[in-house]
Design a protein around this ligand. Structure first.
Ligand code: F6P
Ligand code: MN
Length: 330
């Protein structure tokens, strides 16, 4: 089986990008170790700190953020980094060719119940000039690589460098990431959806109607039964979509009018949208392709609908019917 390093050598990408991706993969091995030690290492539970978004940080959020930060600072290829757990962008090295955005431990509410968590990353080109937040505000189409590492029963790296999606499984004996699936393709059609149903009453009208029609099954307009899954870690839900198709959404809601969206554009939506498009799927807010969004702030949040192309198109038709030129007010 091909190792990650061998696979990257064949991709016709700059050596600096290969080295950066190997650094990210190596760090994820250490994160995998830390996660697996769980209570034995005394690293479960919350800290007393909040991140800039007002969320209580778990101990493992902080530990994994520091692990990635240290590794990227030592890599020599990183101009700056932005993390869900850092208030501001972090300048790294003037000579670095890349910017890295990451969610060090996605789904961290799953940590304490020994369920799926993962690391998500996005690599952008570094632009000339002083490093500021502005340097990071590039659309998802500018990404040169993106991926996630899922810490599940096995540790799996899903990666794209813009030439399709590959899965690598960590061999716990040798410590190598080995290519276990190349050219991952999301099925065009699906009968499985993923949404946090407890927010139903807060969604905007098109999503209400769309999900109601799925729930009607064979007697409804879709004339087929749908199954539902919700892992509460985007990384786990997106992995399932890449493996067997599906539609995943965290839509606009008015639960908290000051926070109509949950997922972060730079650390979650963009890298996952890049992977999904590279695997033949679609990723949208309901009104615009995720990858076309011009970011306005590093911690910006967006509505996300992604997965099997035909199902996302169907969901978009519900949105188009209600669309009058502006995103609907809730
Ligand atoms: O990072 C945000 C996140 O944890 C995602 O990984 C996940 O999809 C979502 O939030 C879960 O949200 P909720 O707790 O509302 O189900
Ligand atoms: Mn997350």
């Amino acid at each position: 089986m091909q190792t990650l390093a061998q696979h990257l050598q064949q991709q016709a990408i700059p050596e600096s990008l290969t080295q950066l991706l190997l650094t990210l993969a190596d760090t994820s091995k250490s994160i995998s170790q830390a996660v697996r030690h769980g209570a034995l290492a005394g690293i479960l539970g919350a800290t007393e700190q909040e991140n800039v978004q007002g969320e209580t940080q778990k101990k493992l959020d902080v530990i994994t953020n520091d692990m990635l930060k240290d590794a990227l600072q030592a890599s020599g290829h990183v101009r700056g980094l932005a993390s869900e757990e850092e208030d501001y962008v972090v300048p790294v090295s003037d000579a670095g060719e890349y910017l890295v955005c990451f969610d060090p431990l996605d789904g961290s509410s799953n940590i304490d119940i020994n369920s799926l968590v993962g690391t998500i990353f996005s690599v952008l080109p570094a632009l000339q000039g002083e490093l500021t937040e502005q340097s990071f505000l590039q659309s998802g189409r500018q990404q040169v690589a993106a991926g996630y590492v899922l810490y599940g029963p096995s540790t799996i790296l899903a990666l794209t460098v813009g030439k399709g999606v590959s899965f690598f499984t960590l061999n716990p004996d040798s410590g190598a990431f080995l290519l276990t699936q190349d050219d991952v393709q999301i099925t065009k059609d699906t009968a499985e959806f993923a949404i946090n149903m407890s927010n139903q009453r807060f969604w905007e009208a098109p999503m209400q109607t769309y999900i109601a029609d799925l729930l009607l099954g064979k007697i409804g307009p879709r004339e087929k039964s749908f199954n539902m899954r919700w892992i509460a870690a985007m990384v786990g839900d997106v992995h399932r979509v890449l493996c067997r198709g599906g539609i995943f959404t965290y839509p606009t809601d008015n639960k908290n009018p000051e926070k109509p969206y949950k997922l972060r554009l730079m650390y979650e939506a963009n890298p996952m949208a890049f992977l999904v498009e590279q695997a033949g799927g679609k990723a949208t807010t309901g009104y615009q392709s995720i990858l076309d969004i011009q970011p306005e702030a590093i911690h910006q949040r967006v509505a996300v609908i992604l997965g099997s192309a035909n199902e996302v198109d169907t969901c978009l038709e519900y949105h188009a019917e209600d669309y009058s030129g502006d995103e609907p007010t809730l």
